[in-house]
Structures are given as structure tokens and as C-alpha cells.
Design a protein around this ligand. Sequence first.
Ligand code: G6P
Length: 606
Amino acid sequence: MCGIVGYVGPRPAQEVLVHGLRRLEYRGYDSAGLAVAHNGSVAISKAEGKLDRLLARLEEAPLPGRAGIGHTRWATHGAPSDRNAHPHSDNTGDFVVVHNGIVENFRALRSELEGAGVGFRSETDTEVLAHLLALEYEGDLKEAVRRAVRRASGAYALVAMTSREPGRIVAARMISPLVVGLGEGETFLASDMPAVLDYTREFLIIEDGEIAEVTRDGARIETLEGRPVERRSFTAEWDNESVQKAGFAHFMLKEIHEQPEVIARTLGGRIHGGKALADLSWAEGDPADVQKIWITACGTAYHAGLVGRTMFERLAAVPTEVAYAHELRYSNPLIGDRSLTLAVSQSGETADTLAAAKLARRRGSRLLALTNVVGSSLAREADEVLYTWAGPEISVASTKAYLAMLVGECLLALRLGRSRGVTGPDQERKLVEELHSLSDKAARVLADQDPFRLLAGELAGASSVYYIGRGLDYASAMEGALKLKEISYIHAEAMPAGELKHGTLALVDEGTPVVAVATQQNLYGKLLLSLQEVKARGAMVIAVAYEGDEEIDLVADRVLRVPRTADLLSPILAAVPLQLLAYHTARLLGRDIDQPRNLAKSVTVE
Ligand code: G6P
């Protein structure tokens, strides 16, 4: 996803901007560029591809100057190319912009501008903003930005400079995130804090519908209507140390290994006297009379929602529906005021999840956010927030955030079950004890990587891998399949085991890999039947099963063991071998594991 960095101060801007863009590489991008103000003009350098290509250009033709903006682009309008890379400028070259998100009415704006004789050099929606600025400019960049933003609808962040006002950067936030980093005699701007964490830890958040004027002396924030805003700065807890790989070959592997600690962190301080979330105070009291829970999310967070549904239904007896946010927002859902909506999102910035969450709220639902990022848009939108405390997740494929979401959901379900009188103290105490044991159990799965490396050799040549399970094991199968396809690019499909006979069995042939998750005891016998069916067609069966389960050896060619736990919690452990299987397969295939092709960490456009 696109990244923005800005700088005004005494240092050479090029250096700071390139460094910041490096820190944002993990978000995924396909081109990069800089604009730096110097001697009455603003010079631009940009290149398709990874940052090194831009650096090669900058080596030949450096950009001197002490104020500038930089961008990594993830293509939406127009293919990845030098031409479409940001920054974009107007026809005089005096106004330059970088932009995240989408200008929804850009086609109409573009034809209007073309009608007025403006020539376009790219296919991007961003370029209209540069031309609009030039047209609206009457001596004050901030006013021009204000007027341009009023005309451009959509969810985006815009950062602009002009050669006519060097030393000044103006940024507007229309949903897409932007922060200001404060230094001594220097000021930074970024779409994400890690971009500038090496320079400062003091931040101001720019909120939706606000404009910030950034100079080396700091930032002045006001609303789109021109009302000044007093914003207190805060100190970020994350430093760049914690976003380094810490000796692991990839961020993904590091994050997989952090999971035992993450489980403990998510639980940390949230259980008192055997009671989950006893300290959490809900703004309007416990939603004990809630009639329905809606869980909405995308990607891995959606899979966390599938597990959450069973937890809420079993522990709190509330009918629960899980919906992809991009479907929910357009489905005219029957969300009413006696409902609770749980929006689940690692980043808290996924555009669809935010939109679905807002819709639920408009319909009178209470909104609860389960997210990893403090101060994220979703967190600020919600009535209540439960943070997952998984720490920064850099790998595009989500791992530790997923486990933390499952733990968080279990805590919420226990709390709700208690207030509704559904889950008794004994049952709660047992589950809480079991939750506490999961850190050690997850660490046991991680202790020996050899089985995964060996199996990777068998999966790497496959063209399709099928993942099956029943009940909660089906949710685990979905997450396992997603991990494999995301990073290895091998086609992987998950289905409830009972569905095999209704179509997919036709594809199972000699040697077809079938990964089965076999932890749900009430459905175990049924799952074995499905395994016998695929086995009879020659499938190579890999099972994820509990330690001590001997029956599975009769049908599975390979077994990946997880320690026994309560069936309701087994997805927390089952995820770990599935992540490692995907990781080692992708590694054997030499894939770009942390930044898989075509994918982005945080999808802040629809
Ligand atoms: C992207 C990421 C996934 C993630 C999904 C939802 O597709 O690549 O890993 O699961 O977005 O992101 P969120 O931040 O809302 O959990």
C-alpha cells in the first residue's frame, strides 16, 4: 500500500525521505519517488520498481534541498510505471503532490480540467490534485489545498508543496492516515510512524477532515472549515528496534516465533480472579441484552472472525454472523440497535472494514474494535476497543496478529458469557487456565522446524493443495490455505470436509496434497471418513492433529502435532504448523515472503 514521508529541517531532505521510504517498504509498493525544494524550484525524481532503482537515479542526479516529500506507490489507477509514480506536478512544475487512497470523482475532474486545456502526463487520479492546486492557488498553499480537497471526493491523504513557498508542506487527511513527527528544528510527516521513528518519537495525529501546515518549527492543524485545532502530541512506544528482523531470515518467521509471547501479552493483565476482562469498563455498561453479534473483517482477520463466531455462540449464546466487510457494506444488512458489531482488523485502517463498521454504527449498533494499532482509524471510530498488543506486524501475511485476535475474541466471549449468565465460573476458570497454557504449547510447536522443511519439499511442486476441516477446523483450514497461497503462490483451497463429495473430490488424484485439520473431537470420526475418501483416490494426506492421537496415523501420510487443548481454543495452536508449512514451502520456492507479489499489508483503498 502507498506510503508517504515528508521532511522540513536542516538535514538534506533526500536522505531523510529515502530512509523513511525504506522503513515503509514492508507495506508493499511498485514504484517510488521524491520531490525536493531547492533554489526556487521543486525537483522530482521517481522510478518504477523497488527503491534501489530510485536510488540509482538519485546517485546520478541527487536532489539537493532541505524540504521535500516522498512516496511509495501501490498501483490503483494506471499500471506501475515511471510516469504513474508519485510525486506528480502541474504543468508549470511549481506544484507537486503525493497522495494515498483514491479520488473517487477523478474522471469527472480530469475531463473538466482537460476541457480547460490542462495536459495530463499520467493515468493516475493523483495528478488531478496537482492541477487543481495550480488552478486554485492565490498565494497561499493551504487555501489551495483546502479548495482542491473540497472538490475531490474519496478516501485519501494529500501532501503538497510549491516552489513558491519553500519550507512549507501542506497535508490534508480525508480518511487515509497521516501523522506529524516533531523534532528539534525539524518536522516530519508520514503515513505511518515507523517511517520516521529513527528521527523522532513525538507525534501528532492528523484526524479526518483536517489540514496540517508543516514547517521546520512544527505543525499547525486546522479543520477543513478553517477552525484551528489544538492537538496534544504523544510519545510512540514502538521503536525501530522492534521492527527489525532480530536475526530471522524474514519478518514472517520472526513474527511466527513471537507468538508464544504475543499470546501472553494479549492476555496480560486482563484476567483477575479467574475472570476475563474483569477490569474492562464499557462506555454504556455491558451489552448483556445484545440480540445479535455481527463480526466484520477482511482477509486473515475475517478468519479470526469465523473462530470468534463459535466462541460467542458457545460461551455467550449470542447468534453471531460473520461478514466480509466489503460484502457487508453493500448488503443493506439487518443490523439493529440491539446488536453489537465487532470489527476486527490488525491495522485498523482497512478501508472496507472501516466503512462496514461505520455503517453498523449508523444503524444503531454498538461498535467494538479488535485491533493491533493504537490510535488507528478503527480504534477511534469505535465505542470500545480491545487492543491485541501483538506489536508491529511487518510481514504482509498476518500471523501473530491472527493469534492475538483469537485470544482477544475468547476474552470478549467469556466476558459476555459471564454478564449474560451463560458461562459459569468453573467453565470460565478452566478456559482461562487453558488460555494461559497456550504460550508454552505454541512454543512446543515452534521448537522443531525440521518436519516443516521436509514437508515443504513435498508441497513445493504441487499445483493445488486442498485444506479441509470441520467446524472450527474448517476456519483453521481457511487460514492455512490463505497463508500458503499468499506467500508461495501455489493454488490452495479450503473447504468443509463434508463438502468434498459435492465437487472438489473430482480433482483429487494420485499425489494430490490434502491438508486436514483434525482437532475437533465431536467431529473427528466424520473427518476421518473424508480422509479415507481422499486417500482412496491417492491423495497425499498431511494432518494437523493432537499429540497422542494415534488413529490419525492410519489415514495420514504425514502428521504435524500440536499439544492438546480445549477444542474451542485449538485454532490458536493449529494455526502455527499451518503458518510454518506455508513459510517453508515459500522459502524453498525462493518467494519474496515478506512482500508477496500484488499484495499489500494494509489495504486502505476499497
Ligand atoms: C491485507 C493483508 C492481510 C490482512 C487483510 C486485513 O489483505 O495482506 O494480511 O489480513 O489485509 O487487514 P487488517 O489490517 O484489517 O487486519
